[in-house]
Design a protein around this ligand. Structure first.
Ligand SMILES: C[S@@+](CC[C@H](N)C(=O)[O-])C[C@H]1O[C@@H](n2cnc3c(N)ncnc32)[C@H](O)[C@@H]1O
Length: 270
């Protein structure tokens, strides 16, 4: 079977052409080499890889996310290892990172990422602002292992800590960022997210429980003029702005993602 024939087989089995290519490249140990595959698709697929390729295609076809099958997802230009212990970082979250980078913060700002998962936000911030003192918290010890391994692989020094939001942290921060769970229990979108950790997704009847907890905890832990910036659901901006106002923050505002949706909201400590 040539590589071209393997891809045709996968497409006949129902896979998207791009997914078939990426799975094949992953098995061939050339995960980022799409151009190579175009130029060499007349080569034979090594016989010992035929069954593993078909097995990966079947898992993809049954709905398992591509990133879990390849074990990798790019976020803000960083290659992150991911598996079922963590939410797969989404491009939407780059809006939050970009906003954080645009803020007028001290050059050695103390920054914390709450609910870090794979470490995506914390690592992107540390990569872009090496002088920031970046910490990251997650309630899941499993998730923290993934985040820590990503930090080590990328050579980015983040202080990782297990805990519930700000409860186990010390001191004050110039910036608190979070992409907490914000899907309402029973939301129809959950069916499509069945492979990802449910503890990373849902937050009470309206999806606002974790956003509310963070807004309640943050003011005590923000330095003067410090910022709290939160990602939330596409229809939660107004509710989150109300939580930020209630927390006594100023300059409360939202940011739109590339699709024009208010995706993040934040405010500043007086
Ligand atoms: C939506 S995921 C975000 C992951 C990552 N920050 C990202 O943007 O890809 C939410 C994360 O919050 C963590 N989490 C849930 N409840 C928490 C709590 N009470 N305290 C700290 N982390 C929590 C979950 O384990 C999960 O990793």
């Amino acid at each position: 079977m040539t590589l071209a024939q393997a891809m045709q087989w996968a497409e006949r089995a129902g896979l998207q052409a791009l997914d078939a290519r990426l799975l094949l490249l992953h098995l061939l140990g050339r995960p980022h080499d799409r151009a190579w595959l175009y130029a060499h698709d007349d080569q034979a697929l090594p016989p010992e890889l035929i069954a593993p390729f078909q097995a990966l295609c079947e898992r993809r076809q049954s709905g398992e996310p591509l990133a879990y099958l390849t074990g990798e997802k790019e976020f803000f230009g960083l290659p992150l290892r991911v598996d079922r212990r963590v939410l797969i970082p989404r491009p939407d979250t780059e809006t939050l990172v970009q906003w954080a980078l645009d803020l007028p913060l001290p050059s050695t700002a103390r920054v914390i990422d709450l609910g870090t998962g794979s470490g995506a936000i914390a690592l992107a911030l540390k990569d872009q602002r090496p002088h920031w003192q970046v910490s990251a918290v997650d309630a899941s010890a499993d998730a923290l292992q993934v985040a820590q391994a990503n930090g080590q692989a990328l050579g980015l020094a983040v202080h990782w800590q297990e805990g519930h939001w700000l409860a186990q942290t010390q001191g004050t921060f110039d910036l608190i960022v979070a992409n907490p769970p914000y899907i309402a229990l029973g939301d129809a979108h959950l069916a499509a997210l069945a492979h990802e950790p449910q503890s990373a997704l849902t937050a009470g009847a309206q999806g606002l429980d974790d956003l509310r907890s963070i807004c309640e905890q943050a003011p005590e832990r923000l330095a003067g003029s410090g910022w709290l910036v939160l990602e939330h659901g596409h229809d939660q901006a107004q509710a989150v702005r109300a939580l930020l106002h209630k927390a006594g923050l100023q300059q409360v505002q939202s940011r739109r993602d590339l699709a024009g949706i208010e995706r993040c909201s934040g405010g500043r400590q007086p």
